[in-house]
Design a binder for this molecule. Structure first.
Ligand code: ADP
Ligand code: MG
Length: 725
């Protein structure tokens, strides 16, 4: 390779002196050990030189670091480590998509928008090696990369060649640098649909190590390098590409991957303006998966999905605790009711959407995994799972019930606190998983036993084999059952047939555009099969990204009291209507009149209502959520709560309603009483109730109520033991 700038060192020297001497001073005084330059600074100083930097970055940057080191030493620097030069904000024509990087880019300076998926431990690497010859003369060799240790070819003292004399490494005189490997992947949004995202291995050094966690999106400014592939001990003529990171820019604003120009913003504002209250939600709802016919059940589902796309606002309270804004939705349903289709559609539609199927997630699963030998060099590596990779987006998880038990317990904090903590193999890290979860679950036995009437959705939930507490992590749970209905069946059939008949052959579309889903469509609306207009996927994505980025609604007091009113009302309904006065359970509840209740107001249901309210306001680009938003949120929430027949919060948490819990506890007490000549030690009651999934606090409240009501009493001199009256 002919050097385009043999005079690189003096050119750097004058740049360092003329342009950035203040920054160099900071290195000399030990405040930092690297120099961060923007490409345009070099370009303004010497445009030719800047171009050469893009063409021969290794040479230019090495000379730059040398010039910097000499300059710093002249200025009296005492630094032990060698200073580095980092150049960022590269021009757009250096931007590449990972899948297109080929031989022409090798050893050029390129930039690419990527997501880090795996991050290794740190290892020290020798940067400047000092070798001692048998004659005691010491030679310094700058090491190029991590692939092999370069020894001197000839001794500078005695003049003997390598092989005839022995060079030993003088470790204490070498200068070391931290070295870390990361795996990067193309931004999912940029991957043609259906294709696997391509990935690559990047070396980070010095101050760049530990700056990214798996799941972080960065603009990587890097130099592709070749490393010959080996077959056993022999080198082959094929090369694999790895990258050396020169600098990286972390994204400061989310959703920059979707370009929204002024014209788009005007279209969005007009759309919202032109569609008064219920119209906009209807339009967005009908734009979600138009090829799936909206039966009354599916219409409810789609409407909640519309709100999920926009999401509520995550908040950090003054004491630092965080409440999530993302809305989690679970679809349970018989096979063949278009659950998987909806999930696929949503993951394509949502900015930063990701689809995973419970049966076949990667080794990192949904959360994260520490993998031994992650880069086949013995180092531990931390790999992000689906949820961290969908950070600030949507994770559609199909076959949720097929996820391993161990993994499921890790999902609770990942969904609620939206953080994934890993402490394995010497790696501790906390990854963000701030994404909405849309999950689908099938019944264990192939079909839900249709109960109808007063059956609770929790009975169906139990049929999916998911742990009951998981249910409370979802804001909404829908049950889609496949019950024959002549009228509906006919309409679905017509819809499916028209849809198939009108679709273009996938092969033809791929030939024309190379992509099945045309997300870059410029059109705002298109006409669906039902002859109604709906929004195109491309436009909807822009609209969602714009609203999420710019609108952060707060809920006004009127809307707040509407939500509270609804909540209190449902609690009272429960008390009046849903418990059969004939059962003994009633006496437990009613002893102190109307307003005594056993239902604890869990913050979760209220939070779900607030999130739905905020999402509705956000869809309408309102900074303040009003009673209109609260009413819509309540009506959606009501639909699942009332149709699902969930009796109280306890049922959502444990799978057993309070009423159910109290009768189980009473049954247990009767058993114990029979076994122990009428005596019931509280410890026994607690132990047995625990086996039935009922917690201590619940048992203690029940027992003390029964005592107050005169059903049981505590005989004297036997603390902790009860008897029936
Ligand atoms: P699931 O994941 O619920 O088992 P799928 O998403 O695989 O079901 O759907 C099965 C098939 O039935 C798909 O081809 C889907 O398009 C079709 N289908 C089911 N319900 C509808 C509907 N309401 N409208 C359009 N297609 C439907
Ligand atoms: Mg399915």
């Amino acid at each position: 390779m002919t050097l385009l700038a043999p005079d690189a060192k003096p050119r750097w020297r004058s740049f360092l002196e003329d342009v950035v001497s203040d920054e160099v001073q900071r290195i000399v005084s030990g405040q930092t050990n690297h120099l961060e330059l923007k490409f345009h600074q070099i370009q303004a100083f010497d445009p030719d030189f800047a171009d050469i930097l893009l063409l021969q970055p290794d040479h230019i940057l090495r000379e730059g670091s040398n010039a910097l080191r000499t300059y710093c030493m002249e200025m009296g620097s005492q630094q032990q480590t060698d200073p580095f030069i980092r150049v960022s904000n590269l021009p757009l024509d250096s931007r590449r998509v990972l899948r297109n990087v080929g031989h022409a880019d090798v050893q050029r300076l390129i930039s690419s928008e990527v997501i880090a998926t795996k991050v290794s431990e740190i290892k020290p690497r020798i940067n400047r090696a000092v070798f001692q010859c048998s004659c005691d003369y010491e030679t310094e060799i700058m090491q190029r990369d991590h692939t092999e240790l370069e020894e001197p070819l000839q001794c500078g003292g005695c003049g003997e060649r390598k092989g005839r004399v022995k060079f030993t490494l003088v470790k204490e005189k070498c200068s070391l640098v931290d070295n870390q490997k990361i795996e990067i992947q193309e931004i999912p949004e940029r991957v043609p649909s259906g294709a696997q995202p391509s990935s690559g291995m990047v070396i980070l050094e010095g101050d760049l190590v530990n700056r990214v966690l798996p799941g972080t999106r960065i603009i990587a400014n890097m130099v592709p390098q070749m490393h010959s592939e080996r077959k056993g001990t022999r080198k082959t003529p094929l090369f694999e590409i790895f990258y050396n990171m020169v600098s990286m820019e972390t994204e400061t604003e989310p959703f920059t991957e979707i370009n929204i120009d002024q014209e788009d913003i005007e279209k969005i504002l007009k759309l919202v303006n032109d569609h008064p209250e219920p119209e906009l939600l209807k339009l967005v709802t009908s734009s979600i998966a138009p090829s799936i016919f909206a039966t009354p059940g599916l219409y409810q589902v789609k409407r909640s999905l519309a709100l999920q796309l926009f999401g509520g606002v995550s908040r950090i309270s003054p004491d630092g605790t965080r409440t999530r804004g993302d809305i989690h939705i679970l679809l349970m349903g018989d096979p063949g009711v278009a659950k998987s289709q909806l999930l696929t559609y949503m993951s394509n539609l949502s900015p930063r959407g990701k689809f995973a199927s419970g049966g076949s997630v990667t080794s990192a699963g949904l959360t994260a995994a520490a993998v031994k030998d992650g880069f086949s060099d013995g180092r531990f590596a931390l790999e992000a799972g689906v949820l961290p990779l969908s950070d600030r987006g949507l994770a559609a998880i199909d076959e949720f019930d097929k996820i391993g038990k161990q993994e499921r317990s890790a999902i609770h904090p990942a969904m609620e606190q939206q953080k994934v903590r890993v402490a394995k193999g010497g790696i501790t890290a906390t990854l963000n998983s701030r994404c909405a979860v849309l999950a689908a679950a099938n019944p264990k036995s192939g079909r839900f036993e249709y109960r109808g009437g007063n059956a609770s959705i929790m009975q169906s939930f139990a049929e999916t084999d998911l742990e009951a507490p998981l249910a409370s992590r979802f804001d909404l749970i829908w049950l889609l059952s496949d019950i024959p209905d002549r009228g509906l069946d006919e309409r679905i059939a017509t819809h499916i047939i028209r849809n198939r008949a009108s679709g273009s052959s996938e092969l033809q579309i791929e030939d024309q555009m190379g992509s099945i889903v045309n997300i870059e469509s410029e059109e705002m609306t298109e006409t669906g099969l039902d002859d109604n207009d709906h929004l195109t996927t491309g436009f909807l994505r822009k609209y969602i990204a714009y609203a999420k980025k710019n609108i952060h609604p707060t809920i006004d007091t009127e809307a707040q009291s509407e939500i509270v009113k609804y909540y209190i009302q449902t609690r009272q309904n429960y008390q009046k209507g849903m418990i059969n006065p004939a059962t003994s359970d009633y006496s437990l509840n009613s002893s102190k009149g109307e307003n005594q209740t056993e239902i604890s107001v869990t913050a979760r249901a209220l939070e779900a209502l607030m999130r739905l309210t905020e999402a509705h306001a956000r869809m309408h680009l309102r900074e303040v959520a009003t009673i209109i938003d609260a009413k819509m949120a309540i009506s959606i929430f009501k639909h699942w709560r009332e149709e699902s027949n969930i009796r109280d919060e306890a049922e959502l948490q444990t799978g057993i309603s309070k009423a159910g819990q109290s009768s189980i506890v009473k049954q247990i007490m009767r058993e114990i009483s029979v076994e122990n000549d009428g005596k019931m030690p509280i410890s026994k009651i607690l132990d047995r109730a625990m086996l039935g999934g009922i917690d201590e606090a619940t048992v203690r409240t029940l027992v003390s109520k029964m005592q107050q009501n005169g059903i049981i009493y505590q005989p004297p001199n036997t603390p902790g033991t009860y008897e029936f009256v």
